[in-house]
Design a protein around this ligand. Structure first.
Ligand code: FAD
Length: 396
């Protein structure tokens, strides 16, 4: 057996990044063992439909798997599901699993993604044990939510970002009474221009969603049994009765394993353009990384599927000694009602906004310009504008 054949690559986290990295590693020529270890009891699955088509009940669970088991078998990728990696021992080049096993690696990749940012109110911990209080990150989360989506129920969504609004759109179409509570002055404030926020708020209101901005959630009220949340309490004294509460207020990157192992971490695991961490035998990809992007001229941490996939392919190539710098224009999408929003680039610091088409027609684009150049675009039901903007931004 050659050295290469007796070597082992371990990937921690079987999500979008981990699954892609495992298969790409084989495609790029890794001849040793590949072990993909995931805490969730599922094969890597598509997360975006969890707040879209799967929540709406328009796609089957079977369609969520990114690849069938046969594809991993073909690539000779071994998958350990439902097992958490508890620690990385860099000195002995092994990982410790929650079930007590210790597995040695030649090369390690961390693709641990993130977890929902918890609501910071006094009863939040107690609410996590309630059957009608949910965050939305995993397939298991959405299974619980789906079972509780019944017409007439009062759903309170904390957070008017993409996930909150996607859940709102799906729930109101299923006949629930939906309220969205947003702390900022407008929905989608962190990611889009005021014009887009106003458009989305209007579409939701027309569909029957009650959107309240400038609302600070101060606590949760539990019923007498302590088993269910009965209301969401706001700092202005408002009490909003709820049958179901979904919280979507952002993500915390899962960097603790890396930090405990002494890897450099700063708003994500710090990697270079080849997805290498501060340890030459350890790579990282996906939502958990903070990486440089030469096209944008800065470091950033992204939460998007294209980022997870493309960065994973660079990591797999680098592990095989082929250095391909990761530098893609970030892009993202969101489906709400019949509206297909596709965003490309990063719009922070824009100086000018140019609209093409009209919001009234439900087919328009907003181009963000800085120093006369397009730096980002949000396109609604206009795929051709999205493609053009992506090219413009990539070409500077
Ligand atoms: P993840 O997919 O989160 O995978 C990480 C995996 O690692 C998880 O399965 C986790 O359980 C596992 N893990 C963590 N720690 C350990 C450990 N110690 N041991 C073992 N396993 C571990 N992006 C888009 O581009 N477009 C969208 O429309 C969109 N919609 C979204 C809707 C929802 C509801 C959510 C939750 C996300 C959405 N995203 C969307 C974001 C996208 O899903 C993420 O960017 C993507 O999943 C990141 O992939 P990842 O592999 O880095 O992380």
């Amino acid at each position: 057996m050659t050295d290469a054949a007796s070597s082992t690559a371990i990937i921690i986290g079987a999500g979008h990044a981990g699954g892609e990295l495992a298969v790409s590693l084989r495609n790029e020529g890794w001849s040793g063992r590949i072990l993909l270890i995931g805490e969730e009891a599922h094969l890597p699955y598509h997360r975006p439909p969890l707040s879209k088509a799967y929540l709406a009940g328009t796609v089957e669970k079977s369609s969520l798997s990114i690849r069938p088991q046969a594809a991993y078998d073909k690539a000779n990728v071994e998958i350990l599901s439902g097992v958490r990696v508890e620690a990385i021992d860099r000195a002995n080049k092994c990982v410790q699993l929650a079930d007590g096993r210790s597995l040695a690696y030649t090369k390690l990749a961390i693709a641990t993604g993130g977890r929902p940012r918890p609501l910071a109110v006094p009863q939040a911990k107690a609410a996590e044990d309630c059957s009608n209080f949910h965050y939305l990150r995993t397939l298991d989360d959405v299974e619980l939510i789906r079972r509780q989506l019944a017409p007439g129920k009062r759903l309170v969504i904390v957070g008017g970002g993409y996930i909150g609004l996607e859940v709102a759109a799906s729930a109101v179409q299923q006949g629930l009474q939906v309220q969205v509570l947003e702390a900022m002055p407008r929905v989608l404030q962190r990611v889009t221009a005021a014009e887009l926020s106003a458009y989305y708020a209007r579409k939701h209101r027309e569909a029957g969603v009650d959107i309240r901005t400038h609302v600070q959630v101060s606590d949760l009220e539990l019923d007498a049994s302590g088993q269910a949340v009965s209301a969401v309490l706001c700092s202005d004294g408002t009490r909003i009765a709820a049958d179901l509460v979904v919280v979507g207020i952002g993500l915390l990157a899962n960097t603790e394993l890396a930090a405990a192992a002494g890897l450099a971490v700063d708003n994500g695991i710090l990697v270079n353009e080849y997805a290498q961490t501060s340890d030459p035998d350890i790579y990282a990809a996906g939502d958990c990384t903070n990486h440089p992007n030469a096209l944008l001229g800065r470091r950033l941490r992204l939460e998007s599927v294209p980022n997870a996939l493309e960065q994973s392919r660079c990591a797999a190539a680098a592990i095989n000694g082929k250095l391909k710098a990761y530098a893609s224009v970030p892009w993202f999408w969101s489906d709400q009602f019949e509206l297909k929003l596709k965003m490309v680039g990063l719009s922070q610091d824009y100086q000018q906004l140019v609209l093409r088409g009209t919001p009234e027609s439900d087919s328009f684009s907003a181009f963000y310009l800085k120093d006369g150049k397009v730096i980002a675009a949000d396109t609604v039901n206009r795929p051709q504008d999205f493609m053009a903007a992506k090219r413009l931004i990539a070409e500077g």
